[in-house]
Design a protein around this ligand. Structure first.
Ligand SMILES: [Zn+2]
Length: 62
């Protein structure tokens, strides 16, 4: 089952949707997107609270 994350569910008003085969792959893509599109730093992206927040919003793709 593919996993899906809507960027706007994590915070920013953003239409990006990440789809991947596992939570880990979603997180990797979100990290790249957060850097490119939202100017987040490695420190912010690696923050355990941020990672947990993102993981909470990952759901199975309908
Ligand atoms: Zn975004």
């Amino acid at each position: 089952m593919a996993k899906e994350l809507h960027c706007r569910d994590v915070g920013p008003d953003c239409d990006a949707v990440v789809v991947a085969e596992s939570d880990e792959d979603v997180l990797a893509q979100v990290a790249a997107h957060a850097k490119d599109a939202h100017g987040m730093t490695d420190e912010q992206i690696g923050d355990p609270d941020f990672v947990a927040h993102v993981k909470n919003q990952i759901h199975d793709k309908a």
